[in-house]
Design a protein around this ligand. Structure first.
Ligand code: G3I
Length: 331
């Protein structure tokens, strides 16, 4: 395993030919200070998602105060390199700034704040951010009560979901609006709930265009490719597009030597991507990070891991080749 073979075809070129997007989330600090990181993004990807820079707390830290520098930088980087941007995320139960959490706002006031936030952010990037994760992780999750305790849900009620889509659509009628969630990749109670929500929103004429499946997985607990494809098909039957929005594959939970785990990980990436590519409504694979050096997983799990397709030294792993092969395989 060495550096990228400069004569090999970049992932984005393979993806362009398939009519799909391939990309990663981006940390603005690496984009700014790490030329090797930037070089991988430019060569390999045709879509990027800000990992944190567009979250509510970061864009709108105080009432009336906006901080657009980081998000602007990511959006212009994308434009300079002919990449799309997936805006992430307008409404989430996390990363809500203190001025809102502690503000004691009434329902109508909180609705006005959210409407203003969405109009300002989506309006600013109109025509430049093609896709938005409008609402993220809004459905209940066993073991995570924070979702039901979401300020938006508590104060506005479940209507916050459809309101957010309407407001985003008002601000940029050309944007593709997604509902994004986790643990809903295969067929499960959770993905049934996401499907039910999508159907209700579509029935009610809410401007919903796609579903984001986060696809945070690991060796020994990744959903079956067949189920993922079946899940995507049922969203497609509603007229929706599907993106994988945050894929990573933890190896800590696997067996065998490090190199066996990397091979097993490559199979997971490759088989899932191949199954998804069989469904025409599948339009994007975004990974939650470029290199193992900067993954969120070790912070989250408390131990080392290697969940992405480039290693800590930015060398392509077997998973990179598996993704390239899947993209390069004819339908
Ligand atoms: O910016 C501060 C830095 O100044 C400080 O030194 C450091 C100390 O821990 O913290 C930094 O902030 C952290 C930030 O990431 C930037 O690294 C926050 O504590 C940390 O909570 C934050 O975590 C992010 C998390 O969302 C919460 O917003 C992760 O980077 C990001 O990968 C993760 O992404 C989410 C998706 O948005 C939604 N789906 C799940 C996914 C994983 O949790």
């Amino acid at each position: 395993m060495g550096m990228i073979d400069p004569s090999s075809e970049p992932l984005r070129q393979l993806a362009d030919r398939r009519g799909v997007l391939i990309g990663s989330c981006v940390g603005v600090e690496y984009l700014r200070h790490d030329p090797a990181y930037r070089a991988i993004l430019e060569r390999e990807f045709n879509v990027i998602t800000p990992e944190n820079a567009m979250k509510f707390e970061l864009l709108h830290p105080a009432c009336g105060r906006w901080e657009f520098n980081d998000a602007d930088e990511i959006v212009s980087f994308a434009a300079d390199h002919d990449m799309e941007v997936r805006g992430h995320t307008l409404v989430w139960h996390r990363r809500i700034p203190g001025w809102i959490v502690d503000g004691g706002y009434r329902r109508d006031e909180l609705m006005a704040i959210l409407r203003d936030h969405i109009h300002t952010v989506v309006g600013r990037y109109r025509g430049r951010v093609r896709t938005w994760d409008v609402v993220n992780e809004a459905l209940p999750m066993p073991g995570d009560a924070s979702r039901e305790r979401s300020l938006w849900r508590q104060v506005i009620g479940t209507e916050f979901i459809e309101l957010a889509f309407h407001w985003a659509h008002e601000a940029d009628p050309g944007a593709r609006l997604f509902y994004n969630d986790d643990h809903a990749d295969g067929l499960s109670e959770k993905s049934d709930a996401v499907y039910g929500l999508a159907r209700r929103l579509m029935d009610r004429g809410v401007p919903l265009h796609g579903i984001g499946l986060q696809m945070h997985t690991g060796l020994g607990w990744s959903p079956s490719p067949r189920e993922i494809a079946a899940n995507i098909r049922r969203f497609a039957d509603l007229g929706l597009e599907v993106h994988i929005t945050e894929m990573d594959v933890q190896i800590q939970t696997g067996h065998g030597s490090p190199s066996e785990r990397w091979d097993a990980q490559a199979n997971v990436y490759g088989e899932i991507l191949r199954a998804c590519l069989d469904v025409p409504a599948f339009k994007a694979l975004v990974m939650w990070g470029v290199t193992d050096r900067h993954s969120w997983i070790p912070d989250f799990t408390g131990h080392g891991d290697s969940p992405l397709i480039f290693d800590e030294s930015y060398r392509p792993k077997p998973a990179y080749n598996a993704v390239a092969r899947a993209l390069g395989t004819k339908r």
